[in-house]
Design a binder for this molecule. Sequence first.
Ligand SMILES: Nc1ncnc2c1ncn2[C@@H]1O[C@H](COP(=O)(O)OP(=O)(O)OP(=O)(O)O)[C@@H](O)[C@H]1O
Ligand SMILES: [Mg+2]
Length: 265
Amino acid sequence: MSENATPRKALLEVDDVTIRFGGLTALDSVSFDIKEGEILGLIGPNGAGKTTCFNVMTGVYQATSGHVRFDGTVLRKLKRHKITKLGMARTFQNIRLFKSMTVLDNVMVGADAHSKVSFFDALFRTPRHRRTEAEALARAKDLLKIVGITARHDELAANLSYGDQRRLEIARAMATGPKLLCLDEPAAGFNPAEKQRLMQLIRRVRDEGYTVLLIEHDMRLVMGVTDRIVVLEFGKKIAEGTPAEIRDNPAVIAAYLGVDEDDAS
Ligand SMILES: Nc1ncnc2c1ncn2[C@@H]1O[C@H](COP(=O)(O)OP(=O)(O)OP(=O)(O)O)[C@@H](O)[C@H]1O
Ligand SMILES: [Mg+2]
């Protein structure tokens, strides 16, 4: 980001969030924000609280204290589908696709979550319903192209390669029309070439107008694609800054990079 750029609005604000599970404090007074149009990395060793942070943001868990504000709305008491409607979508650390549905239908299901047609429209297949469906179909095909899935659209999701299943998850999340796309370790199990393609995809997603929050262990990928990085360790934020600042931060090196340096290749 250039220094002269006009300050951008925070799309998501995590404000002093603490969450406890019994005696374990999984997040301890964590605060950070995500600016519109940026790619923010959320990193930290195993068990640091990264996925928990997604779960608080997306309404799976309720914070013990503190709050999350998304696009001006405090999210604490909202149900998960409401959060999707507000414009936040995520992928999961463990792939969650409808494996017995086709590639295209998996994306269409995502689009339905945001559909404006009423039950009446759907039941009687009104012109409005047919028009919306045609638009959703075109958009779904577009998204599959954006994420680079070349498999047949009528192939079952179960038959896709592992890499394509991960890409399909991203397309499905994008189909809900989110302002913020949260990716939980999208490169897990990828080889270096696939990681390279994923980096290009994340940049393309941002260029399409999405804001991206990325949890990722692969340092080269995180450093190469994010604008800013937030580092968690044992539920606490220990650093925040540009990739260059994070790379040189002694606390981060001690907590994380020192251990994983050899894995960065
Ligand atoms: N529902 C839960 N009940 C109890 N403890 C939980 C729950 N969810 C997460 N935790 C604990 O909270 C801590 C943070 O877990 P979390 O999954 O957020 O870590 P993470 O940073 O995503 O790690 P990883 O890199 O391994 O995915 C861990 O100690 C975990 O065991
Ligand atoms: Mg996790």
